[in-house]
Design a protein around this ligand. Structure first.
Ligand code: C2E
Ligand code: CA
Ligand code: CA
Ligand code: CA
Length: 279
């Protein structure tokens, strides 16, 4: 039994070091990818649920690894954060997305995700302003998405960055609402223009009465606070209709469109005059 225990331990240790090695090799590859333009930006459309009018898109980073194929953000964002690469990655996505959206119609917006680490950098407002200048995108057409986890242990820098960015005319959206450390005091303290209701609630519509009550109440709350609402993860017509019925301003999800490259987005959403969702 003793030996078995020891072997088990050895197995566990080997597994750990294998994991550490895999992680380390992914980190090296990511460094290389950043230096050699192997990352790209996909765009997921956001529409008005009533008219299906295209209102903008969320930029989502993609990594097509030459040997491993496509690697999901969930598998490399955390590595980028721990390895000190997220600032560079974030700037790349922001620049690319602003450059692309500068060619879209004036009434549209581009939403870009910010890591909590980027938000803690005092240089963030300067970096964002420089990119707006370089790409010619008006500040009003940029929306930055932040999650509640970025606000949790704020020492004041995130707070001041968000207020500075908002004062420039940039909009701030609270992402994944309802999942993290939701605290209603955030809604008062930080300058949000929009709440994005997390897919975990939206996906339960219309089967789960509690989720529907939560979605409906969050929409009412947001509107009372002068914010707009996006329903995330809309996959069915029933969910789209529910969003429209409850006066949700925007819908985003596979029903409307999966994340796609810039050219595909232009073809599907900007060149056609009439858009019919889910047909
Ligand atoms: P997120 O910001 O909540 O982005 C939405 C995610 O939900 C995307 O996954 C999108 O593909 C997926 N999604 C959208 N509609 C549907 C739907 O109808 N059904 C389902 N099942 N999924 C849907 P993705 O692209 O894999 O990104 C995952 C997460 O990685 C993002 O979640 C975000 O937290 C992070 N991420 C992606 N790009 C960036 C980036 O450029 N910077 C930072 N800091 N994080 C990023
Ligand atoms: Ca997001
Ligand atoms: Ca989200
Ligand atoms: Ca609208």
């Amino acid at each position: 039994a003793k030996r078995e225990g020891r072997n088990k331990y050895r197995l566990f240790a080997d597994e750990l070091s294998l994991k550490a090695q895999a992680r380390r090799s992914l980190e090296l590859d990511l460094r290389h990818a950043l230096a050699h333009d192997q990352l790209s930006v996909y765009y997921q459309p956001q529409v008005d649920p009533r008219s299906s009018t295209f209102e903008g898109a969320e930029a989502l980073v993609r990594w097509f690894h030459p040997e491993r194929g496509s690697i999901a953000p969930i598998d490399f964002i955390a590595i980028a954060e721990e390895a000190g690469l997220i600032a560079k990655l974030g700037e790349f996505v922001l620049r690319e997305a602003c450059r692309e959206a500068a060619n879209w119609p004036e009434a549209t917006r581009i939403a870009v995700n910010l890591s909590p680490i980027q938000l803690r950098d005092r240089q963030l407002p300067n970096i964002v302003r420089a990119i707006l200048n370089q790409t010619g995108l008006p500040a009003e057409r940029l929306e930055l998405e932040v999650t509640e986890s970025a606000l949790l242990h704020d020492d004041g820098v995130t707070y001041s960055n968000l207020h500075t960015l908002q004062a420039c005319g940039i909009r701030i959206a609270l992402d994944d609402f309802g999942t993290g450390y939701s605290s209603l005091s955030y809604l008062r303290r930080f300058p949000f223009s929009k709440i994005k209701i997390d897919r975990s609630f939206v996906s339960q519509v219309p089967h789960d009465a509690d989720s529907m009550a939560i979605v409906e109440t969050v929409i009412t709350l947001a509107h009372r606070l002068g914010m707009t609402v996006t329903a995330e993860g809309v996959e069915t017509h029933a969910q789209l209709h529910f969003a429209a019925l409850k006066d949700c301003q925007q819908a985003q999800g596979y029903l409307v469109g999966k994340p796609m490259d810039a050219e595909e987005l232009r073809l599907q959403f900007l060149e056609e005059k009439q858009l019919k969702v889910g047909t």
